[in-house]
Design a protein around this ligand. Structure first.
Ligand code: 5AD
Length: 374
């Protein structure tokens, strides 16, 4: 079956998604992207939701084989923002009209840090209340695997969305890109915990890693669907020279490795196919995509993404959060970015959703249906 027929189906098999992800002519990619754009418009409208991104700490207990802030990368200067510094970011985000923020950091289990984040979430909720935002900023957390108890405390403090990427839904590939101590199963258990507690749950994968196949990517989309995920953040893998997976990409032994143009195409196709299959979830157009293509952010939005996460860590505090080289937002100026944003979105027929949490409609619709059932 050809792409034009597959996209119109109601139910998608693994083979359907694999076929869509395998197209490589510009015309086919355009066809799939355009269709994803119309699915977005029909199910979610043309709003783009903003989340001011705050990179709270690059200290990390993990040693993920692909990541520049892995514990054993001694070239990193480690930093942690204070409660006051994060509050300052939150006020800036509110004043920019973004409505929501993401607090992201390396994974840490130390009590001092977790207590600081919990208090900071509580403070932000109190401090950012305004006429436009009576319940304060929406807060998404992305601070890795934590205990059920910690997730609960963070939720009770006021965070209502959580992002925890599965990185790949293929357990063997997961094992290849993580050290022995980190397990696929425990990540799944964390996603379950987050759901049980009541968070809107986000996950995602890296696209076009060494040894990753298109069949793996098709399974990633089925994973999102089958686990009823509300929000997706995914981007291309970018080789970091100081990491094992980064080195593997250029190893002659590595049978499957992807070029830069493959990475951009596959990321856009993954966004488009995720939109076509899942319909009403939130999908981010990520920094990693923008890093590989200067128009990446807009291209991601055009093929079905509806969330962007502008860099809002104050530049003087923004140090060493180098998950991968040449990260595009490292020099982004929050005010300059904000000034140009509205025009850039208008140019592509989209509107900036100001002063709003911009929750995933998938989550909102589920809640409505649950309430009806009770
Ligand atoms: N290339 C692309 N994305 C990366 N991440 C970490 N390292 C890389 C890399 N080399 C992503 C992971 C992680 C998120 C915080 O950043 O998906 O979950």
């Amino acid at each position: 079956m050809i792409a034009r027929d597959i996209i119109k189906k109601d139910n998608f098999s693994h083979a359907d998604i694999e076929n869509l992800l395998s197209v490589d002519s510009d015309d086919d990619v355009q066809l799939i992207s355009d269709y994803a754009g119309s699915v977005l418009l029909n199910h979610c409208g043309n709003a783009v939701h903003l989340r001011g991104l705050v990179e709270a700490s690059n200290v990390c207990r993990c040693d993920c084989n692909y990541c520049g802030i892995r514990k054993s990368n001694i070239k990193n200067d480690r930093y942690t923002l204070t409660n006051e510094e994060i509050l300052e970011c939150a006020l800036l985000i509110r004043d920019l009209g973004y409505g929501s923020m993401v607090i992201q950091s390396g994974e840490r289990g130390d009590k001092k840090y977790l207590d600081m984040i919990i208090k900071t979430v509580e403070d932000i909720k109190k401090l950012t209340k305004s006429e436009a935002l009576p319940d304060g900023l929406g807060i998404t957390l992305s601070i890795g695997e934590q205990s059920h108890e910690t997730y609960k405390r963070l939720f009770e403090a006021g965070a209502h969305r959580y992002l925890l990427r599965i990185e790949t839904s293929n357990p063997e590939l997961f094992a290849k890109i993580h050290p022995a101590g980190q397990s696929f199963q425990s990540r799944i258990e964390c996603l379950d915990s987050l759901r049980d507690i009541g968070y809107q749950v986000g996950t995602g994968v890296m696209i076009a890693m060494p040894d990753q196949t298109i069949s793996d990517l098709a399974n990633d989309i089925l994973f999102y669907r089958d686990r009823d995920i509300d929000m997706i953040g995914m981007g291309p893998f970018i080789a970091h020279p100081d990491t094992p997976t980064g080195k593997r990409e250029s190893d002659p032994d590595c049978k499957i490795s992807w070029s830069k143009s493959d990475k951009v195409r596959l990321t856009l196709l993954m966004i488009a196919c995720t939109r076509i299959v899942l319909k009403d979830v939130n999908i981010a157009s990520t920094t990693a995509l923008q890093t590989l293509d200067p128009l990446g952010r807009e291209k991601g939005l055009k093929c079905g993404a509806n969330v962007i996460m502008p860099q809002t860590t104050p530049p003087s505090k923004r140090r060493n959060y180098f998950l991968y080289p040449d990260k595009s937002n490292a020099d982004e100026n929050a005010l300059e970015f904000r000034k140009k944003l509205e025009d850039r979105l208008t140019e592509i027929g989209r509107i900036l959703h100001k002063d709003s949490w911009g929750d995933s409609l998938h989550a909102v619709n589920k809640l409505k249906n649950d309430n009806k059932g009770n």
